[in-house]
Write a protein that binds this ligand. Structure first.
Ligand code: ADP
Ligand code: MG
Length: 242
């Protein structure tokens, strides 16, 4: 479970300071899914980077299962990232000269697994996203949707506890978008992952259990376990409930 308290992230740009996140409070229970929406520049990617330990908060705490990520040494943070966090980005970030199988295996190197175990896990992960037959193909021989499914396999082959996806269908056409969303949703359910995804897909947001909106660094969560309860659940001040 994630517990964020008063998380502020500031970037320096010359003499100016940009507040990308402004005192964000958020809880993400283990195994739950949270969809994040909001305008460009609102702070969505910044939040995902802090959740994944790719960057540190300027103030506040980002706690994952009792560990405050902002207090970990660089070495421990790198290890936590390699073992426990899977990332999927808008651009697929595959290595063009490696096959799908090799791209997935590469992500397992930091785990110190034997080569045979890396091969087995990579093959299993590719199979789980429906790409067993494409394992030997180069990224350039795959469609956009297939490339993103390789990236999903790469994120999941390490058996992470958390999956973070930043606009994973942003570069895809409509038909392919559904194929990738379906794979993400199915694997989230099957693996019991904690899943945080930035997406503009409004159909998905409608069926998501919880949706957070981030605008100008401020977060507002709607759903059963939000930072704040949904506004209609709060009786207006001065009105009796009876
Ligand atoms: N590395 C950075 N250096 C300076 N400013 C940044 C950096 N990353 C993000 N920002 C700024 O922080 C704000 C939030 O950005 P971002 O988290 O990427 O928003 P979103 O993903 O919602 O579009 C924006 O004003 C953006 O310009
Ligand atoms: Mg972004």
């Amino acid at each position: 479970m994630y517990e964020l308290t008063d998380v502020t992230k500031e970037y320096r740009r010359g003499k100016a300071t940009v507040t990308a996140l402004d005192a964000v409070g958020l809880t993400v229970p283990s195994g739950s899914r949270l969809v994040i929406q909001g305008p460009t520049g609102g702070g969505k990617s910044t939040l995902l980077q802090l959740l994944g330990g790719l960057d540190r908060a300027s103030r506040g705490s980002v706690v994952l299962d009792g560990t405050d990520l902002s207090r970990l040494s660089e070495a421990k943070l790198t290890r936590l990232r390699a073992e426990r966090i899977g990332f999927v980005f808008q651009g697929f970030h595959l290595i063009p000269t490696l096959s799908a199988q090799e791209n997935v295996e590469t992500a397992l190197v930091p785990l110190g697994l034997r080569a045979a175990e890396r091969r087995r896990r990579a093959a299993e992960a590719l199979d789980s996203v429906g790409l067993a037959e494409r394992a030997q193909h180069l990224p350039s021989e795959l469609s956009g949707g297939q490339q993103q499914r390789v990236a999903i396999a790469r994120a999941l082959a390490k058996h992470p506890q958390v999956l973070l996806a930043d606009e994973p269908t942003g570069n895809l056409d409509e038909a392919t978008r559904d194929e990738v969303m379906d794979v993400l949703e199915r694997r989230w359910r099957e693996l019991g992952l904690t899943f945080v995804m930035v997406t503009h897909d409004s159909a998905l947001a409608r069926r998501a259990e919880r949706v957070a909106r981030i605008t100008a660094g401020r977060i507002e969560v709607s759903g059963p376990v939000g930072g704040q309860p949904p506004s209609e659940a709060v009786p207006p001040k001065g009105l009796s409930m009876t």
